[in-house]
Design a protein around this ligand. Structure first.
Ligand code: ADP
Ligand code: MG
Length: 610
């Protein structure tokens, strides 16, 4: 037998790699502009024709390239920015993978003119589909000028897949803003089809926001500013009353790079607690600076999520900074009960964060003791019924162990059960039918009853929802939804995930979809809200939508079924809540990121008695 494995020619390998890097015209704009910034440019001009389909040109006054480097820059893994894997942990440039130019040149016709200050003559290269067509000296200004023409000219399937100009242009604009917002010291010009969309002069960060989003932002924003040893946080947050529905002007940056960070987003939203009308979103522009060693820049070329080593420590710092900014400008009593949170000490990298302690009993047998839900069958039958009705019927059929738990009498929490030793056998007192006051490990704590129960139910739902295909209920009168242009593409990419959770959706003419079926046992109005919410999430966060959907559903159901404020609880019910709360993965925050527990220090009490 002859051997059958062969290496792919470079041009093919580049084209495959390009599938990752160059998803659409906006990716080209982003990569080229980032290169210009890395080259130290102070002025960057971007010229777009037909939303990037025909031309994407980026002209900079950066340091330019030598003749040799110009040629080499199109090779895969050709980069001047890192030399070894270790350098990945001390990145200070936007690019580092050395695959952008190789990828772009694999799927477009590219022309490069570049010259360094020290060279008298520049270099002119034409390359198309990874093949160098010509390389000649040229007399040109210092800097670099990339022209990318006819994107995907040699990949008809991809070219056909490009969305309407408006959609592609929106992507370009968003990627442009994500860069221009953080590099306020660089002049940017953006031209589309001979019309000048932006002409941004080097200025300060506030002025840059105003130049991009308009004058009204000047009055809308409060500054935030905090420096600790592990993180510097600076930027602007919007007045709560300016929050709007579907607002997407929410920006995080880390070390000069746009990022998405749902966890920090929640920290910010927590700080706005109760200041916002439900479902509205405030604008924010927040810059983080951290030592590159403490963050993990996503190696994936198009992902914008970034991991921080100290996420748990940064959360309260961020949330406090936002709260303080809001508190400074807004009159009390808006922060009343939550105000305790403001006393978070300034943290340094060696501060030890003491996690709430739970005691694990090794004799715990999951088959003999309750998994939370069941206790509510007994203690609060009303809520459990609602919960059960709303929940997926397939649960009964598919999951024997669950059914067992639901039906078995002995699963109700038995207060004598040894699993709760060391935990809340203490007296619980209810305050204003809203808070549970008790002691945990000898410390006085206030627990928000609704939020605690929300967290308990959320984690239960989540573990039950995972990996299950949901049943669909057909609608007698199908609902229509009309989407904005930019949402259409998102909807297309979500259809499969939505069908997975029980939606039956069909296309229905321009920008319109018909909903024929919704998840079984979900109310129609809620189902429609869920779709819109999922699209909103997909618009702003590049997250796994299946997980998002599960979380959203679990969150919504937990919210609507958790015991409400105003409900009087028996002591045993309170003890159940406390005990179950401490079995949760996260005891401190509700699914929406709101504080559940407040500790009162003995010191504080002593002080009051002085
Ligand atoms: P990366 O940015 O990850 O290094 P790229 O493929 O984007 O990889 O670019 C390859 C190399 O080409 C860069 O490392 C840089 O040395 C050079 N280069 C690209 N664009 C420019 C530019 N506008 N000015 C100067 N050098 C550039
Ligand atoms: Mg690059």
């Amino acid at each position: 037998m002859t051997d059958i494995i062969e290496l792919l020619p470079d041009s093919v390998a580049n084209q495959i790699a390009a599938g990752e890097v160059v998803q659409r015209p906006s990716s080209v704009v982003k990569e080229l502009v980032e290169n210009s910034i890395d080259a130290g440019a102070t002025t960057i001009k971007i010229i777009i024709k037909d939303a990037g389909r025909t031309l994407i040109q980026v002209i900079d006054n950066g340091k330019g390239m030598s003749e040799h480097d110009a040629r080499k820059s199109f090779e895969r893994h050709a980069t001047s920015k890192i030399k070894s894997a270790d350098d990945l942990f001390s990145l200070s440039t936007m690019g580092f993978r050395g695959e952008a130019l190789a990828s772009i040149a694999a799927v477009a016709q590219v022309e490069l003119k570049t010259r360094r200050e020290e060279d008298e003559i520049g270099t002119h290269i034409i390359i198309a589909g990874s093949k160098i067509e010509s390389q000649e000296p040229i007399s040109t200004v210092v800097g670099t000028n990339f022209m990318v023409k006819n994107l995907f000219f040699n990949v008809p399937a991809r070219r056909k897949f490009l969305k309407k100009d408006q959609v592609e242009m929106n992507h370009i604009l968003e990627d442009f803003r994500r860069i221009a917002l953080i590099y306020e010291n660089i002049n940017f010009v953006l031209i589309h089809n001979d019309g000048e969309l932006y002409n941004l002069k080097s200025s300060n960060s506030m002025q840059r926001i105003v130049d991009i989003f308009g004058k009204k932002y000047q009055q809308m924003l409060y500054p935030i500013n905090v420096t600790t040893e592990i993180i510097k946080i600076k930027g602007y947050i919007a007045k709560p009353e300016t929050a709007t529905k579907g607002n997407t002007t929410q920006y995080f940056f880390i070390n000069g790079r746009y990022m998405q960070h749902p966890y920090f987003h929640k920290a910010v939203m927590t700080a706005y607690d109760r200041l916002l009308h439900p479902e509205t979103r405030p604008s924010y522009f927040i810059r983080f600076e951290a030592s590159p060693q403490t963050i993990d820049v996503n190696i994936h070329p198009t992902k914008t999520e970034i991991k921080f080593e100290n996420e748990q420590i940064i959360w309260p710092i961020l949330s406090t900074a936002v709260k303080e900014a809001l508190g400074k400008f807004i009159q009390a009593p808006v922060l009343d009960f939550e105000q305790e949170d403001l006393n978070i000490p300034t943290l340094t990298s060696d501060t030890k964060i003491k996690a709430p302690t739970t005691h694990i009993n090794t004799s715990y047998n999951p088959f003999h003791s309750s998994g939370g839900a069941s206790s509510y069958k007994r203690t609060t039958p009303m809520e459990w019924e609602v919960l059960y009705k709303n929940f997926n019927k397939s649960e009964e059929r598919e999951d024997v162990s669950q059914t067992e738990i639901y039906d078995s009498e002995e699963n109700s929490i038995d207060i004598e059960s040894p699993i709760f030793e060391n935990k809340c056998l203490n007296t619980c007192v209810q305050y204003k039918n809203k808070y549970i006051i008790t002691t945990i490990d000898g410390e006085l704590v206030y627990i928000n009853q609704h939020r605690a129960h929300e967290r308990i139910l959320f984690e239960q739902y989540l573990s039950q929802e995972k990996e299950k295909r949901k049943v669909s209920q057909q609608l007698l009168f199908p609902e229509m939804i009309e989407l904005h242009e930019e949402e259409v593409m998102i909807m297309d990419s979500l259809m499969e995930d939505l069908s997975y959770i029980g939606y039956d959706i069909g296309e229905f003419g321009k920008n319109t979809y018909v909903i024929n079926g919704i998840p079984d046992n979900m109310e129609q109005s809620l189902a429609m809200k869920v779709i819109q919410e999922i699209i909103n999430i997909a618009k702003t966060e590049e997250k796994n939508i299946k997980t998002e959907v599960d979380e959203f559903l679990a969150e919504t159901m937990a919210r609507s079924t958790a015991i409400p404020y105003g409900k009087t609880l028996s002591e045993k019910e309170m003890q159940d809540i406390v005990n179950q709360l401490f079995k949760c993965k996260n005891q401190n925050y509700s699914p929406k990121g709101k504080t559940i527990i407040i500790k009162v220090d003995e010191d504080e009490i002593e002080k009051k008695f002085k």
